[in-house]
Each structure stands twice: as structure tokens, then as C-alpha cells.
Design a protein around this ligand. Structure first.
Ligand code: ADP
Ligand code: MG
Length: 817
């Protein structure tokens, strides 16, 4: 039955017949691609929302889709309780001892009972320990506990770190990131008033904006200092003092300082950086499920953290290439308070943006809530799938129906409120009504048994027990692996400055410039310049054989050597800069200079150094690319292996989804037509049939339920297909005489069944080829080298570059860029 797994469909449960109050035969398989339009799950406490969403996450993981999970109640950590062997002793450390006491049994007996319960539950739903093993091995699971060291702590400080040029260049994204960060921070400080209009917000935002635009990091201590002496003199048209007098700024700085000094706050400062890319994949590129448990935080802390996480997620999302397949999931259990209809907490704006834009990037958002009144339905109009569970009050039902109706009105239309109302009224525990805009009709189903052991919220000790082995590994930053092309270069090394002199006079034909100053001066420091030799150029790589053409800018800073005319470009360091980073004049008029060596004053030498630069690049800068033999895909220049493997996984999923879609297009109409004929044949002979054979027919119609549903499913009845079948039927009705019609209807059910079987066999054959490319994580990659031709190296500049340092007058010397 597990053939559907490789088809990118998620096994959520089985259809449930509300009329008979009985579980049906058909599996409910959900097309993973539908999740890129997001899902909400609404139902009263105990209706089985978390169980359903955990199963959904399990399916995603088996499909290699990573997830970030926000867990306000503590139930999601259960995803780590997966026991492939289903033994009593596996369950024992995790059972709820209180339950055992209440039942009057020993913990061992209770554990044995739970193990048996899980084994049976899984078996009833066609699952086993092997499937659990598959789940466990498909990803790395971790529990993060921001503000606490029970799980892996999360360092929020690193969130004030320079977010990278891409974010800063994107005005909208930068604004969002700064807005949410500062709003969250002010919330944490307990600053009252309109968070966005307040002068506190404006000042802190200005400071962060200013710092990031200079490509600097900021930490809380830096913030405190910057509040007292901000990097700007004016805010809008006002001068700083009248906008926000220093006395008041001092009070704000004190607040921040008190926060920093508060006992327990240090837990916010240590731990893993909130780096979404690392939360989704391991250093080797394997999918991760990162669970953020925030049950231990107070409301303001939670809000702060949630908004921070959401904005980081937005930033990550925008950096992804577009896709039509599911790339990653974000799940939030109990959205209560974070996405209200009227108020505007800091979490709402980023969540709205995510719901609107994440689709294009393949990021699926899944939200659950017990309280339908607490959802902003306008924001949910982009949500493609609704899982509606048992609701407590009439008001809740009305509210959900209103929301759905609204969403249907802006979407594809077609909404039968009466029918939905009837269905909603009959739902029991773990029974959900799924309304998916990508499917033809809503379906009622019972959620399948969860593979994870749903023991409920873990204790702090249990979380610790689960996470301690991973802590050291997770909290340290990954080693920085230089991209292949940059390997072999020495790291930057600031050197001690030579005695200071006034600005040296050089012959006018010596090319020279001043590197821009990026770092602010430390207290009382003075600017000093050191002479360096700058080489800039561009290499064009092209190889028809491996199908690559790329250009790479190279910029090296070398030291002048004492020995005549010799500059060792191999000892040079790589500098991230553009030609505009070289200015005509020193940054400060009172800067001091180290005298350049005599060679540097000889204009003629520069041409020689240029030739040496070219020669060095030619010999040392080959382009190294990785190739996946299974797919023929090639890594991008500078793309690390990890990123390439992650890209391969997504490409594999896209290809698989396309193949499945092709099969669906091919078989769904045929299957639908055959099923329709069987149904009509069945109806015609109905009177002759006994109860038993009716039963048989039912099974015949739902034959090979798993695979057939996977491919054709409820989408078999999609508008176009259904239309086609119906038209054929009507056309046939008009042109054929009644006798012929009856004859047709009496076609032997068995013969039709045989045709359907043959069709299935054919389909299965084609399915065997789906996703045959193998596992991109395990695949052995080839290395391809492209050497540049000498004529493809263009040297654009060789000049003396004055490199800035801040000198504190006591022998201290720090690079100023
Ligand atoms: N898919 C499932 N498999 C097994 N047990 C489930 C499943 N879903 C729910 N349950 C059981 O029902 C209880 C309540 O379900 P839960 O998902 O926590 O409800 P909700 O999140 O709606 O409050 C769970 O503690 C668990 O014992
Ligand atoms: Mg729940």
C-alpha cells in the first residue's frame, strides 16, 4: 500500500461516512503540491487537530520536505517520539506516569499498553514500524527552546546581525525586517503606545537601518550605546534633541539595559542563531524538522519571538527561486492571538505577507486553531485547504462557514453552505471535513493513526533528555567552507601599522585610491591608511562540453614586497568590493599614512604587476563545478555542495510532480469513464443483486484504492473531466435508443472490472519509473573543472589602494572596513 509514497501524496486518513457513522474504504491522499496554497485546521480542543497536523508533517518528512514548527502548547515535540520497533521499553521513558497512577497500573504495564495501542492503531491504518523507521531516517528532528536551555536555546542577538546585502537592497524586505524586530523588542521592553508611530520605534528603527546599511552587526549593548549617541543628528525634519531629548533616550537605554541584566535573559543571548536556512537543512543538506517550543515563555516574549521568526522566514523565502512544488513547511499549532481579525500584533503583518507570497516559493503554511473567532478571514482568503473538525458552539460553526464562504467568493466560487453546515454538525473526534480548492468536492475523513507517540506536552526534563546530545553540535556556527573557487587563499590579516606620516606625495601617473571606510570609529580612534596593491579583473569561463558559461569578478589585495618588483598574488587576500569602493580622497582630512615602498611609487611597475595578476589568475582560478550524474544537473559557480544538494532535492520533487501530473492527465479520464460505466451497469442490475454482491461492487469501484486515488482521486471528478464524462453520457443518451442504452448498462461488470484492472496494471508500470533518479543526498557527485583561457581574463584595474584602519593611539589597530 505504500506505493503512493513516492508519488508526492500525503496519506491523511480514510473517507468517513457520516450517514452510516462508519469508516469507508478509500484512502484520503492529499496532493503535496496543494499545500503550497496553505492550509488551516479549525476544531475544538480534543477534536484531533494536532494529531492530524502531526500526521501531515510526518508525510511531508517522508517526502523529504523540511519543516519549521511553532509550538505554543508543547504537543509538537511528540514528533521526536518515534519508535520503529514499538517496544515497551521505547515507550517507558515517555509515558504519562499520572495516567498510569490513575489507571492503577505500574509504569511498565502502562508502557506495554501504550506500545500495544500504537502497534494496533498503526496496523489498523495499514502502517507499521518500517514506516516509522522511514520517517525517523528521512530528517533530523530538534526542539529549540528560545529563552531557555531545556532544548536548544536560540540566540536572538544574532537577529540584529547584518542580514546580508540582498535584504538591505530590498527596501520592502528591509522595512519589514526592521519593523517587526523593533516592534517585538519594544514589546519585550513593555513600551506602551502605538508601536509603529512611537518615537521609540522610529529611533530604534533608524539606528538599525543605519547600522545595517553600513553592513555592520548590532548587539544589545551596541543598541544601548547607540540610543544614547545615535548615528544621526536629525530624524525627519527635526533635530534629534527636540525629537527625542537625551534625558528620555537615557531612560529608554536604561530599560534595554535592565532587560539585558535581568536574570534568565542570558538564555536569549546564547545558542543557535535564528538562521532559517540552517533550520530547514543540516550542514550536509538533509531535511530538518525544527520545532520551536515556546510554551515556557510569557505572552510578550512569545509575541517577540514569533514575529522575529516570521520575519526571518520571510527573508529566507524571498531568497529562494520560484517553484511549483512544495519546498518546505511552516506549521503553527494554535495560532490564537497571533492572527486576530481586528488588532494588529507584530506577528500579523509578516504572517499576512507569508500567506500572500509564499506560494510562489513553495513554502506551505499550515495554521491550526481551536478558536475560529480568532482568525483573520480576510487574510485566509488565500488559503486553499480547510480542515474543519468538530466545533463546540453554533457561533463557532457560523463563523467558520462565514469565513469559508468569503474565501470561496474571492476564489473559485462554488460553495454549498447548507451542505457544509450539515456535514459540520456530524463531525466526531478525529473526523474532519476537508475543503480543498484544488479538488472537486469536500470530503469527510478520519485522520490516520499518527506514527509519533502522542503523549502530549513533554516535561522540561524530557525535552532536555532528548536534546542534550545535540546541543554542542547545534549551537555552534557551522565551519565556514569557502566556495571551491576561493579555496587556497589566505585569510585576511590586519597587520600592525608602520609609523604614521603625513599623506605621501606620489608621482601623478601612479594610480591610487582610498578604500571606503565601513566601520564606525571606536571611541577616540584616528584614521590611518596602509598602502596595498589592488588587482581587479573579470574571468569568463566557458565550456561547451559541460555546458557552462560564467563570469566571475576577482578582486585581490596584495602587500607590496620589499624585494624589487615582486608582488606575490598568491599571498594576496580576496576583497569584496566594487570599483566605486575606491575613493579619490581620504575619508578624513587628519588621517595618517604609512609610507609606501619605493617600488609602489614607480608608475611603470603597475603594468608588470597587472601581467602577474593575470598570470596568477590563469594558473590558479579554475572554476570547479559539481555534477549530478543521475540528473545531469550542474552546480552554479560558487554554489556550495550543500546548497547544490538541496537544489537537487527540490528539482527531483518538481520532476516527480510533473511526471505524476502527466500520468494523472492520462489516466484520470479513462478511469473516471470506466468507473462511470461500472456504476451504471451496477445500477441496471441492482434489483438482481444481493446485499453481498452490492458490497462486492462497492469494493470493485474502490479497487486498488491507494494507487488509484493517489493518481486520480477526487481530482478525477475535476470540472473538466466530470464535464467530459457527463457530456459523453448525455450525448449517448440522446443518440442511442433506449434498448441499446439498457444493453450498454448491462455490460458485464466483471468485464469492465477487468478493463479497469488492466488499466491499473499499465498505470503501475508507468509509475515505477516516477522519481527513479535516486536520492540526491546519497548520490556521488562528479567534479568538473573549467580552466579560463588567457584571453578570457580581463584586468580592469591595478592600483595602489589605501587601506583604512582605526588607531586608538595606544597601539591598538582595527581594520576600518
Ligand atoms: N492521528 C491520531 N492518531 C492517534 N491518536 C490521535 C490522533 N489524533 C488525535 N489523537 C488522540 O486524541 C487526542 C486529542 O487530539 P489532539 O490532536 O491533541 O486534539 P486537538 O489538537 O484538536 O486539541 C490526542 O491526545 C490523541 O490521544
Ligand atoms: Mg492541539
Amino acid at each position: 500500500m505504500q506505493d503512493f509514497e513516492k508519488l508526492g501524496v500525503f496519506y491523511l486518513g480514510r473517507e468517513f461516512d457520516l450517514g452510516k457513522n462508519a469508516l469507508g474504504e478509500n484512502l484520503v491522499l492529499y496532493d503535496s503540491r496543494d499545500l503550497v496554497t496553505h492550509a488551516v485546521c479549525v476544531g475544538m480542543t480534543g477534536s484531533g487537530k494536532t494529531g492530524l497536523c502531526i500526521s501531515l508533517l510526518e508525510e511531508a518528512v517522508i517526502d523529504g520536505v523540511p519543516a519549521i514548527v511553532l509550538d505554543p502548547k508543547g504537543d509538537l515535540a511528540n514528533l521526536l517520539l518515534t519508535f520503529p520497533d514499538l517496544r515497551e521499553e521505547d515507550f517507558l521513558p515517555w509515558i504519562n506516569e499520572e495516567d498510569a497512577r490513575r489507571k492503577g497500573v505500574s509504569p511498565q504495564e502502562h508502557a506495554a499498553g501504550q506500545a500495544a495501542l500504537w502497534k494496533k492503531g498503526l496496523a489498523d491504518w495499514g502502517q507499521d514500524g518500517e514506516r516509522i523507521r522511514k520517517l525517523k531516517e528521512a530528517a533530523e528532528f530538534a526542539i529549540y527552546t528560545p529563552g531557555s536551555t531545556a532544548g536548544i536555546p536560540v540566540s536572538i542577538l544574532k537577529s540584529f546581525a547584518f542580514p546580508g546585502d540582498a535584504v538591505v537592497a530590498d527596501v520592502e524586505l528591509l522595512g519589514e525586517r526592521i519593523g517587526a524586530t523593533i516592534t517585538g523588542l519594544l514589546n519585550l521592553l513593555g513600551v506602551e503606545g502605538d508601536p509603529v508611530q512611537s518615537r521609540e520605534h522610529i529611533l530604534l528603527s533608524t539606528i538599525l537601518d543605519n547600522t545595517w546599511k553600513q553592513r555592520h552587526d548590532l548587539d544589545l549593548a551596541g543598541f544601548i550605546q547607540a540610543i544614547q549617541s545615535p548615528p544621526v543628528n536629525r530624524i525627519g525634519v527635526f533635530d534629534l534633541e527636540s525629537f527625542f531629548p537625551s534625558k528620555d533616550r537615557f531612560a529608554l537605554a536604561m530599560k534595554l539595559n535592565n532587560l539585558l541584566a535581568a536574570p534568565g535573559f542570558s538564555a536569549w543571548l546564547e545558542g543557535a542563531p535564528l538562521d532559517i536556512d540552517r533550520m530547514f537543512h543540516t550542514p550536509a543538506g538533509k531535511p530538518r524538522v525544527s520545532i520551536f517550543s515556546i510554551a515556557h515563555l510569557n505572552d510578550t516574549e512569545r509575541m517577540f519571538f514569533v514575529s522575529l521568526l516570521l520575519t526571518q522566514l520571510l527573508g529566507w523565502m524571498r531568497a529562494q527561486p520560484g517553484t511549483t512544488s512544495l519546498r518546505a513547511l511552516f506549521y503553527m499549532d494554535e495560532i490564537f492571538g497571533y492572527f486576530p481579525p481586528v488588532a494588529n500584533p507584530p506577528s500579523k503583518a509578516p504572517l499576512l505577507t507569508l500567506l500572500k507570497q509564499a506560494r510562489a516559493f513553495g513554502l506551505g503554511i499550515v495554521l491550526a486553531t481551536q478558536n475560529p473567532v480568532d482568525l483573520d478571514y480576510k487574510g485566509l482568503s488565500n488559503t486553499g485547504t480547510w480542515f474543519l473538525g468538530r466545533l463546540q458552539t453554533e457561533r463557532d460553526k457560523e463563523r467558520v462557514l462565514d469565513g469559508l464562504e468569503g474565501a470561496a467568493a474571492t476564489g473559485a466560487g462554488r460553495f454549498d453552505r447548507k451542505r457544509m453546515e450539515r456535514l459540520l454538525a456530524g463531525l466526531g473526534q478525529r473526523v474532519f471535513l476537508m475543503n480543498n480548492v484544488h479538488e472537486d468536492a469536500p470530503v469527510v475523513f478520519q485522520s490516520r493513526w499518527a506514527m509519533s507517540y502522542l503523549r502530549g506536552p513533554l516535561t522540561r526534563t524530557q525535552v532536555k533528555q532528548l536534546m542534550d546530545p545535540f546541543k554542542s553540535e547545534r549551537t555552534t556556527a557551522p565551519p565556514v567552507v569557502p566556495p571551491p573557487a576561493a579555496a587556497g587563499l589566505p585569510a585576511a590579516k590586519p597587520r600592525a601599522a608602520a609609523p604614521a606620516t603625513a599623506r605621501p606625495v606620489l608621482p601623478p601617473d601612479v594610480p591610487q585610491g582610498y578604500l571606503t571606510v565601513r566601520m564606525p570609529p571606536p571611541e577616540g580612534a584616528l584614521l590611518h591608511y596602509e598602502p596595498m596593491l589592488l588587482g581587479m579583473g573579470t574571468v569568463y569561463y566557458s565550456s561547451a562540453k559541460i555546458g557552462v558559461s560564467a563570469r566571475k569578478d576577482i578582486c585581490l589585495l596584495a602587500e607590496f614586497s620589499e624585494s624589487p618588483s615582486r608582488v606575490d598574488w598568491g599571498e594576496a587576500r580576496e576583497e569584496e568590493m566594487k570599483e566605486s569602493d575606491l575613493e579619490k580622497f581620504p575619508h578624513a582630512p587628519d588621517a595618517t599614512f604609512s609610507a609606501p615602498c619605493g617600488e609602489a611609487s614607480g608608475a611603470k611597475n603597475y603594468a608588470g604587476w597587472g601581467n602577474a595578476f593575470k598570470e596568477w589568475v590563469y594558473r590558479n582560478r579554475k572554476l570547479e563545478l559539481l555534477k549530478s550524474p543521475a540528473t545531469g544537473m550542474l552546480s552554479d559557480p560558487g554554489e556550495p555542495e550543500r546548497a547544490f544538494r538541496i537544489r537537487l532535492q527540490q528539482a527531483g520533487r518538481e520532476k516527480r510532480d510533473q511526471q505524476v501530473e502527466r500520468l494523472r492527465q492520462k489516466y484520470a479520464p479513462k478511469v473516471a469513464a470506466l468507473q462511470d460505466r461500472i456504476r451504471r451497469a451496477g445500477l441496471a442490475t441492482e434489483r438482481e443483486k444481493t446485499q453481498a454482491s452490492q458490497q462486492k461492487l462497492q469494493t470493485a469501484i474502490s479497487f486498488g484504492a491507494a494507487i488509484l486515488t493517489a493518481l486520480t482521486g477526487r481530482k478525477a471528478l475535476s470540472q473538466s473531466t466530470l464535464g467530459r464524462v457527463a457530456t459523453t453520457a448525455r450525448g449517448a443518451g440522446r443518440t442511442l435508443k433506449e434498448s441499446q442504452d439498457v444493453a450498454r448498462a448491462q455490460e458485464n461488470v466483471e468485464a469492465l472490472q477487468k478493463q479497469l484492472d488492466d488499466l491499473q496494471a499499465l498505470m503501475e508500470q508507468e509509475m515505477a519509473e516516477v522519481g527513479a533518479a535516486g536520492d540526491p543526498l546519497a548520490e556521488e557527485l562528479e567534479t568538473c573543472e573549467v580552466r579560463p583561457k588567457k584571453t578570457d581574463i580581463a584586468v580592469s584595474m591595478v592600483s595602489l589602494a589605501w587601506y583604512p584602519y582605526w588607531q586608538d593611539g595606544k597601539g591598538g589597530n582595527a581594520p576600518a572596513r
